[in-house]
Write a protein that binds this ligand. Structure first.
Ligand SMILES: *[C@@H]1O[C@H](CO)[C@@H](O)[C@H](O)[C@H]1NC(C)=O
Ligand SMILES: *[C@@H]1O[C@H](CO)[C@@H](O)[C@H](O)[C@H]1NC(C)=O
Ligand SMILES: *[C@@H]1O[C@H](CO)[C@@H](O)[C@H](O)[C@H]1NC(C)=O
Ligand SMILES: *[C@@H]1O[C@H](CO)[C@@H](O)[C@H](O)[C@H]1NC(C)=O
Ligand SMILES: *[C@@H]1O[C@H](CO)[C@@H](O)[C@H](O)[C@H]1NC(C)=O
Ligand SMILES: *[C@@H]1O[C@H](CO)[C@@H](O)[C@H](O)[C@H]1NC(C)=O
Ligand SMILES: *[C@@H]1O[C@H](CO)[C@@H](O)[C@H](O)[C@H]1NC(C)=O
Length: 808
């Protein structure tokens, strides 16, 4: 369009168009009419009163034409779903949106320039209408849609709105800056829907994980139709076979799927404007997994009670104090001379991407030398990558950029930042080591209880289960553990991100309610180190397992802080906490009730066939992997045993009793001697008994014992009082025989001897071997030779696909 023509257009708008009249239907703008920025009444409202379209203030005297969810406080602080001109805001004076007689819809800045238009033309009369779906459409009298806002989404998808090829959702720049940001959801060239970080200097795929092949992430590349859509029930489907259901699946009035400014893709829901938005599904539970979060040279740390925090690498300072996504810049003048530089080591720190090259089997010194010699090398990651188990191979990864840094105790590698020799950047960094802690309960206490209850075969908590398996539970999502996370009630959004924790279901109960639910604590269903568990029925008729903590000697605020962490953890293989009670001295936890009781009880009552056992092992591994990885080890279980693996009506396992090590006896945290230790002898890793430092590998060890018990049906961890008894001798012998087994090196006949006869003849010998191999690796004496829980999951799921086990 030439400039004079533009001017003419504008002039014609000014002269011809009558202003928007509020007497006409509120959802429609007729041809030849306009909406003016200065007039607050010039807003289209959908017939159902859910959406509005108009000028939205985005800054000082800056406006965008957009659509938002209606709310009495609008248009100021509302949830925008669409914008015409997010990157070119218009002036607060004389800007208009006009539907010209030619059929073109134009947005004019300050009465001068056209900043946006639909480029439509029509000989018949058009009107602009805001539909109940939130779709702004330009329709002819015959109802033919000439243009619709649904075809050019910004950062949000609404129910019924199709995301198709060439469309993308693009995040906002920040919470308050609505211009285009760095995160995009779009169909990639191979037909797979991906969430991509596309920053100023670099870009990377964030989801599905780059190291997974599409099919491993449950996606297919073979359907080229490239369509994704979700319905008002929260059922999302995509042509690449991605499907998910929101946690509150069902008829809810308002839903949206948004690529948030922080890079996470979330589904939100609310009933109406009176309630707040609740996250009902999201891609990343762990915000540090989002690329670019802390910018270049920044490092992300996640603390559940606080949320995500960013810091600069040593020797770097924040570039823009208001914007972490711009990261940090060096405080030193980098030198290229190899003799001037040295390295600062950050343990257990990953810096993802931007490898200059990778070098296998290099020593640390070789890697250092390599990086010193290259001027473009800003540092390197030296890590051990899992090859065919049990081999870890050292990898040297020199980096041209230090991006996506995050610290995780599970990461088998260190980041070495290149700094000048003269610098003193290393002095006080990193400030706070992550403290891991398994204290709570008490060894003496536990042992006594353990032995006492040995006879009836059930020790700690026996939670039972109600079969109200939510719809989400029933429907599989994707294949790898990370994707198995079905956030039924996704309360995981970190508080620091400003999102409301989903309130659905997680609730505070009064003590009176608890008394009523348990009929005055009548029906005891389990007894554990931390308290007694009762069966109860809540007011909404859900059957619950209610645990009364004996020893919660902490204040209410601390209790609530810890509870909110446990309450945020959601995984299909972890028991769900529905709520809590903190009143006076009383501290109670309300859990879902598990119908089939514990793995221990089922093993001793001989009810489990091979298929169920395999499913239980895989599920429990996934639950623990989630606990370790997503919670970045802030939640170690510390008491993994068959009594703490509960089974639902379909014999899906759920790990229970996690998070309690944090809840009890916080005071002991600072006590280096671990005078009171949670855990159960027999399942406890050797380093723990030796009072060495505790890592997630203690859970891996215990898990290994559980797997051995599940396969052999024998109580291997049993504490036999008389060490000279035949029983004890047999147990030791069996353990030794199992330990001596080498994968592949044993005959099937021998393996059959180990297998629990109670599981019947129909077992898969290859899978039994896999289980034994995994278990034996888990119970290695040296904690560093044990796999992580996510590697365990990988070994169980992809036994024939070892080359994919890299890069974990
Ligand atoms: C917008 O909402 C936030 C919290 O929801 C509040 O703190 C802020 O003051 C509101 N801003 C305006 C302009 O109403
Ligand atoms: C929003 O971010 C863009 C891109 O960084 C910047 O150009 C613009 O000035 C920002 N707008 C406001 C209102 O801060
Ligand atoms: C996609 O999902 C459908 C239905 O669940 C299934 O039949 C089909 O095999 C899947 N395709 C691929 C390639 O996984
Ligand atoms: C979810 O949507 C898909 C595609 O529209 C449909 O095939 C499926 O039946 C829906 N599932 C439910 C539970 O409504
Ligand atoms: C491809 O995806 C579309 C949309 O989900 C679906 O309707 C179609 O049946 C799929 N085609 C094949 C061959 O699976
Ligand atoms: C870096 O170099 C500049 C100019 O060469 C100098 O002004 C500055 O002081 C130097 N900074 C440091 C930390 O040495
Ligand atoms: C690295 O070392 C391991 C063990 O020594 C060896 O098996 C492997 O082949 C080596 N890899 C390369 C690429 O040299």
């Amino acid at each position: 369009m030439s400039a004079p023509y533009r001017l003419l257009l504008v002039l014609s708008t000014l002269i011809i168009s009558p202003p928007f009249s509020s007497s006409t239907s509120h959802d429609t703008l007729g041809e030849g009419s306009r909406l003016a920025v200065k007039n607050p009444d010039h807003v289209l409202v959908s017939a159902n009163n859910v959406f509005s379209a108009g000028f939205y203030p985005v800054g000082d005297n800056a406006y965008c034409f957009g659509i938002w969810f209606n709310d009495p406080s609008c248009p100021h602080n509302c949830t925008l779903v669409w914008m015409a001109n997010r990157d070119i805001p218009v002036n607060g004076r004389r800007s208009t949106l006009s539907l010209l007689k030619t059929g073109n819809l134009v947005l004019t800045d300050a009465g001068k320039t056209v900043v946006w238009s639909t480029d439509t033309s029509s000989s018949s009369s058009l009107s602009l209408r805001l539909l109940n779906s939130g779709n702004l459409v330009l329709v002819t009298e015959e109802g033919v849609v000439m243009w619709q806002s649904f075809d050019s989404p910004t950062d949000t998808l609404l129910p019924g709105q199709l995301l198709t090829r060439d469309m993308r959702l693009v995040s906002s720049r920040s919470r308050s800056n609505f211009s285009s940001g760095f995160y995009k959801l779009t169909f990639d060239d191979d037909n797979v829907l991906r969430l991509i970080y596309d920053g100023p200097d670099l870009s990377s795929v964030m989801w599905p994980d780059h190291w997974l092949r599409s099919f491993q992430a449950g996606r297919t590349e073979y359907n080229s139709s490239r369509i994704a859509v979700f319905d008002s029930y929260g059922n999302f489907t995509s042509s690449d076979n991605l499907t998910f259901y929101s946690s509150d699946y069902g008829a809810i009035r308002q839903r949206r799927l948004t690529v948030d400014f922080d890079g996470n893709l979330r589904m939100y829901s609310r009933h109406d404007w009176r309630s707040s938005w609740v996250v009902s599904w999201q891609v990343f539970a762990h915000p540090c997994k989002i690329h670019g979060t802390c910018g270049p040279n920044g490092m992300c740390k996640y603390i559940p009670s606080i949320g995500r925090t960013c810091s600069c690498l040593p020797g770097f300072k924040m570039k823009d104090l208001t914007d972490w996504s711009l990261g940090c810049e060096p405080e030193f003048n980098a030198s290229c001379a190899p003799t001037d530089s040295t390295f600062h080591r950050l343990s257990h720190t990953e810096s993802y991407g931007y490898d200059i090259q990778f070098y296998i089997n290099y020593t640390l010194d070789m890697c250092k030398e390599l990086c010193l010699q290259r001027c473009d090398c800003k540092g390197f990651v030296f890590k051990y990558i899992f090859q065919n188990y049990p081999d870890y191979i050292p990898y040297c990864l020199p980096k041209s950029q230090l991006l996506n840094g995050y610290r995780s105790p599970n990461f088998r590698g260190d980041l070495y930042v290149k700094v000048p020799k003269t610098s003193e950047f290393s002095n006080d960094w990193p400030a706070n080591e992550i403290k891991l802690d398994c204290s709570a309960g008490g060894v003496e206490h536990l042992n006594r209880k353990y032995e006492k209850s040995q006879g009836n075969g059930s020790i700690t908590i026996l939670l039972w289960f109600v079969s109200a398996v939510g719809i989400l539970e029933a429907l599989g999502m994707v294949s790898v553990w990370f994707f198995m996370i079905r956030t039924r009630q996704n309360r995981v959004a970190a508080r620091s991100q400003g999102y409301v924790l989903a309130g659905t279901g997680f609730k505070r109960f009064t003590y009176a309610e608890m008394r009523k639910a348990t009929r005055n604590f009548r029906e005891e269903i389990g007894r554990g180190a931390s308290g007694i568990v009762y069966k109860g029925m809540l007011d909404d008729h859900r059957v619950a397992a209610i645990k009364r903590l004996d020893d919660a000697n902490e204040g209410e605020a601390e209790f609530l802080a810890e509870i909110s962490i446990i309450g945020k953890i959601n995984h299909m293989n972890l028991i769900e906490m529905w709520g809590y009670c903190a009143e006076g001295k009383h501290r109670l936890l309300v859990y879902e009730y598990m119908e089939h009781g514990s793995l221990a009880a089922n093993l001793s009552s001989k009810t489990l066939d091979w298929k169920k056992r395999y499913q239980i092992v895989v599920g429990a591994a996934k639950g623990l992997a989630y606990l370790h990885e997503e919670c970045l080890e802030w939640v170690l279980h510390c008491d993994v045993k068959p009594q703490n693996i509960l089974l639902d009506s379909t014999f899906q396992p759920k790990v229970s009793d996690f998070g309690l090590s944090r809840l009890l006896n916080r005071g002991d945290l600072d006590n280096p001697s671990f005078s009171r230790i949670r855990g159960t002898r027999g399942y406890m890793a050797p380093e723990w008994l030796r009072k060495q430092s505790i890592t997630s590998k203690v859970d891996v060890y215990s898990f290994g014992v559980v797997v051995l018990e599940t396969v052999t049906g024998k109580n291997l961890a049993m504490q036999v009082k008389n060490a000279d008894s035949k029983e004890e001798a047999d147990r030791r012998k069996l353990l030794e025989e199992i330990r001596d087994m080498k994968y592949g090196g044993v005959s099937d006949a021998l393996i059959k001897q180990f297998v629990d006869p109670d599981m019947g003849p129909d077992f898969d010998i290859t899978k039994v071997k896999t289980l034994l191999r995994v278990a034996l690796n888990c119970v290695k004496q040296d904690k560093n030779s044990r796999p992580t829980m996510s590697q365990v999951v990988q070994m169980l799921l992809y036994q024939k696909d070892d080359d994919q086990q890299q890069n974990l």
